[in-house]
Design a protein around this ligand. Structure first.
Ligand SMILES: O=P(O)(O)OC[C@@H](O)[C@@H](O)c1c[nH]c2ccccc12
Length: 264
């Protein structure tokens, strides 16, 4: 958990760029090369999606990526291996993203222990029922894994307070309702959601969902502590996988453009 705190502290007045990719997409080796390039070209942390067959909160871009990865045989041990391989080359925070079903099937204690042993720092579970979150957050903390919860535009003040209190690392503010996917603009509503979170915790508040251009990042950098960008990366990886460019080159340029927009 300290890596996440230290990473935000090291930013000074800059904002955190947190890309998301799907582990094993389009295959293990390319996924490792892509993740290394993203970290080497300016990302402050990396959110690593553990592919799942029923990604109910994901739009078509990430659904397709999960399918590409699963069709190449990616399993949970491969996801932990990716964390371990990246940890051997970087000290930046690595955050696992998983749906609640695979987490519970594998066993939460076992999952968090193996994630910590691999060098992981945090976890995001978007579909965990509110009443189960405190117990999972405790099991994660016991293994040194930061529980990074999501708040949505529909979350009321009490719910935001409850979620903010169980948060470790940072709070993930979802910019809009619906599923993941690039959006042409970012709802201005999310600024008040970030402000509500900041009323209940001193942890950083980062914004995700739809963020896909440097302008989006500049806008969010005005009031949040970081941005999460997923589908815009995953689409580029998918385009490259179908022969439309070199993935490492594309994610490197994209990361540099977004990181520039994170600078104060
Ligand atoms: O893809 P987007 O619109 O850039 O949003 C980030 C998102 O990809 C990542 O944080 C994530 C992937 N799958 C999710 C499901 C729910 C919440 C968040 C996520």
């Amino acid at each position: 958990m300290e890596r996440i705190r230290d990473a935000f502290a090291a930013l000074g007045s800059n904002k955190a760029l947190i890309p998301f990719i799907v582990a094993g997409d389009p295959d293990y080796d390319q996924s490792f090369a892509i993740a290394r390039a993203i970290l080497a070209s300016g990302a402050d942390m990396l959110e690593i999606g553990f592919p799942y067959s029923d990604p109910l909160a994901d739009g078509p871009v990430i659904q397709a990526a999960a399918l590409r990865s699963l069709n190449r045989g990616c399993q949970l041990p491969d996801c932990f291996r990716l964390v371990r391989d990246l940890r051997s080359e970087t000290n930046k925070p690595l955050i696992a993203f998983t749906y609640v079903n695979p987490l519970m099937q594998y066993g939460a204690t076992r999952f968090f222990a193996e994630l910590a042993q691999a060098g992981g720092d945090g976890v995001i579970v978007p579909d965990v029922p509110l009443e189960e979150a405190p117990e999972l957050a405790r099991v994660a903390a016991d293994q040194g894994i930061a529980w990074i919860p999501l708040v949505a535009p529909t979350s009321g003040e009490e719910r935001i307070q409850a979620i903010a209190q169980q948060a470790r690392g940072f709070v993930y503010c979802v910019s809009s309702l619906g599923v993941t996917g690039e959006r042409s603009s970012i709802s201005t509503q999310v600024e008040s959601l970030v402000q509500a979170v900041k009323r209940h915790t001193s942890l950083p508040a980062c914004v995700g969902f739809g963020v896909s251009t440097p302008d989006h990042v500049r806008e969010i950098a005005g009031y949040a502590d970081g941005v999460i960008v997923g589908s815009a990366y995953v689409r580029r990886i998918g385009d490259a996988a179908s022969g439309d460019g070199d993935a490492v080159e594309m994610v490197t340029r994209f990361t540099e453009s977004l990181k520039d927009a994170c600078r104060a």
